[in-house]
Ligand binder design. Sequence first.
Ligand SMILES: Nc1ncnc2c1ncn2[C@@H]1O[C@H](COP(=O)(O)OP(=O)(O)OP(=O)(O)O)[C@@H](O)[C@H]1O
Ligand SMILES: [Mg+2]
Length: 247
Amino acid sequence: MIEIEHLTKVFGQGQQKVTALEDVSLQVQDGDIFGIIGMSGAGKSTLLRCLSMLEKPTSGKIVLDGSDLAALSGAKLRAERRKMGIVFQGYNLLMQKTVAENVAFPLKLEKGFDKAAVAARVDELLELVGLSDKANSYPAQLSGGQKQRVAIARALATKPEILLCDEPTSALDPLTTKAMLGLLADINRKLGVTILIITHELSVVRRICGRVAVICDGRVAETGPVSEVFQNPRSDVAKQLLSEKEA
Ligand SMILES: Nc1ncnc2c1ncn2[C@@H]1O[C@H](COP(=O)(O)OP(=O)(O)OP(=O)(O)O)[C@@H](O)[C@H]1O
Ligand SMILES: [Mg+2]
């Protein structure tokens, strides 16, 4: 289980001060597909960066399997971070490396992965995301949906328990979006990976998430099962999001 407790993140100081997250508390159960939805600038990416400890919270706790990540450092923090795979907003692929090399990259730092083991794992991952035929292509030669699949394969390379995805479908057309969500649902079902999806698209949440949190101005406006929040939204921001036409 992931427990986020009273998480606050402030960037800068004085006149430059931006409170990106304020007193955010959420729980994500193992095996869930959890949606985080909100307008641009609400703090969604900051939440994901704090969860993965790419960004140190200003205050509050992130408790993963009982240990508070904010209190860990060094080898212990690295061990907890290895439980998380991240798919970034905008892919973050290495453009000078092939698809296979991109997926292999996180394995370079792993113990027990010799050349043959890396090649076998890369094959397995590319098959999972349906890109076996693109192993030797470069990111520039791929479509947006294909790049996103490479990013997912790379995030899964070290067998994380949790997959954090920041806007995994925002650059994709409706059909490719559907295929991408199908892939994420498969990964959740087949590998038992807990998935956190950040999105501004209601349709994404409606299609695959079990629970959702609505974030507004750095705070949790409401959270609950998707069916409840969508049928009976309590917060203004959820009402506003729901009143917009769904793609
Ligand atoms: N490194 C940073 N330094 C200063 N301010 C930042 C930093 N990162 C984010 N912010 C600010 O924090 C707020 C939340 O940003 P964040 O990127 O988390 O929003 P978001 O919900 O992911 O938006 P979008 O949907 O556009 O991706 C914004 O006001 C942003 O300007
Ligand atoms: Mg963002």
